[in-house]
Design a protein around this ligand. Structure first.
Ligand SMILES: Cc1cc2nc3c(=O)[nH]c(=O)nc-3n(C[C@H](O)[C@H](O)[C@H](O)COP(=O)(O)OP(=O)(O)OC[C@H]3O[C@@H](n4cnc5c(N)ncnc54)[C@H](O)[C@@H]3O)c2cc1C
Length: 378
């Protein structure tokens, strides 16, 4: 077993981190978080590099990278903020639904503008009464002639309000709990949609929304696959979403721990650096062990996916462990920075807020443990 990246993977990683340092940077990230602005310039630069096409096959204009390259990418995108990574990843993993299940016409219509950075995708599973119990979705889509007519209430749909966004809506097309759900593409300027941004403490750049659908009409061709395939599709989607999230937690936790180390080395109290106090030193050492373990779980899952094998358990193990570790590191970072941790210019408060969300977003930690237990035959 070789725990190192290959030369090609290492070169990819180095190039991405250098890009993040030079082309994105801490100040830009902080400013966009504080102002609740989407990082348009950074997104455009990422699109110009062709990286939005990492999960898109070459014949459709993408780079067709394997899940290991994707995980390295997500780790790097989260270097300064989990939200920055989410701004990029949300469209990326949602696009996999079109790549894998879309018709030729859907691919032709949606992928070129997406790859050019002009169209974003949102995924809309959650509803006020369908959170962890995602199969409790009530939003209905009824066929009326050549159109689907959608009615319902969706919540927590990240990026649905962004210019040119197309929402991938999980809607009920029949009463069967799992086989009665379908994925339908709804452009966010369709009449009958009322989208409102929510004042969340995280996803401040990407933005998260609640929206109501009142007799929203889209062509019947906007369904992905056949009616009733939505649940199956969303489960495939979640494997990419959760792998990307787990990798991003590791990437951001690395910075949070490095910032903690740097701060405790330069801050002096009682005539000594904070880092010389054993209690702080041991905490950081323990966090380093946990962070490296989380990274190994991420690349175990990515490698299994790259081999084309089912990796549901490995992805959930990586996600739950990395989320807990990222939170622990940011929590300890807040303590180590003392009062200064409260100030945005030290970035730790952002890592802390965002890491807390990691324990819920993309399927809460309790649900990941339930999935792992199920895969263990429990
Ligand atoms: C900022 C933000 C962005 C989001 N973006 C999106 C998005 O783009 N698209 C989208 O569809 N959704 C999105 N979500 C929704 C997110 O996926 C849900 O918040 C998450 O699935 C949990 O659902 P819930 O909030 O309704 O919590 P609930 O399901 O009400 O859970 C509350 C608590 O109870 C626990 N719990 C629930 N059921 C069980 C059980 N069976 N056993 C043990 N514990 C349980 C949970 O783990 C959790 O700790 C977003 C959420 C936030 C906050």
């Amino acid at each position: 077993m070789d725990f190192r990246h290959t030369d090609e993977q290492q070169a990819w990683k180095d190039m991405l981190h250098s890009f993040m340092n030079k082309e994105v940077g801490r100040e830009y990230t902080r400013e966009h978080d504080e102002n609740r602005q989407f990082p348009d310039e950074a997104y455009k630069k990422i699109a110009d590099q062709g990286w939005l096409g990492l999960l898109v096959p070459e014949e459709l204009g993408g780079l067709e990278a394997d899940p290991v390259f994707y995980a390295i990418f997500c780790e790097a995108m989260a270097k300064f903020s989990l939200d920055t990574a989410a701004c990029v990843m949300t469209s990326m993993f949602t696009a996999t639904n079109i790549v894998r299940h879309g018709s030729e016409a859907q691919k032709k219509e949606h992928l070129p503008p997406y790859l050019a950075g002009e169209r974003k995708f949102s995924v809309s599973i959650s509803e006020p009464e369908a959170g962890s119990d995602a199969a409790a979705v009530k939003t209905k889509a009824v066929l009326d002639g050549d159109e689907w007519v959608l009615n319902g209430n969706k919540i927590w749909c990240s990026g649905a309000h962004l210019p040119g966004a197309v929402i991938t809506v999980l809607a009920r097309t029949s009463e069967d709990r799992h086989k009665g759900m379908s994925l339908i593409l709804v452009p966010n300027d369709t009449p009958g949609l009322d989208i409102q941004k929510m004042p969340t403490i995280v996803r401040r750049s990407l933005g998260t929304t609640e929206y109501f659908l009142t007799d929203v009409r889209v062509p019947k061709e906007n369904i992905l696959g056949e009616p009733g395939q939505g649940w199956e599709f969303i489960n495939g989607h979640l494997e990419y979403e959760r792998l990307g999230l787990a990798a991003s937690y590791v990437g951001n936790a690395r910075t949070a721990l490095d910032d903690t180390i740097a701060y405790t080395k330069q801050r002096t109290q009682f005539g000594r650096s904070l880092s010389s106090f054993q209690v702080l030193k041991h905490r950081m050492a323990e966090n380093e062990c946990e962070l490296q373990a989380a990274r190994l779980l991420v690349y175990q899952a990515a490698t299994k996916m790259a081999r084309g094998e089912r990796a549901v358990q490995e992805v959930s193990m990586a996600k739950v462990f990395a989320a807990d570790v990222a939170y622990k590191i940011a929590f300890n970072g807040m303590q180590a920075l003392g009062g200064y941790s409260q100030l945005p210019e030290y970035d730790m408060e952002r890592y802390f807020r965002e890491a807390k969300h990691g324990m819920v977003g993309g399927g809460a930690n309790e649900i990941q443990r339930t999935i792992i237990a199920r895969e263990m035959g429990l």
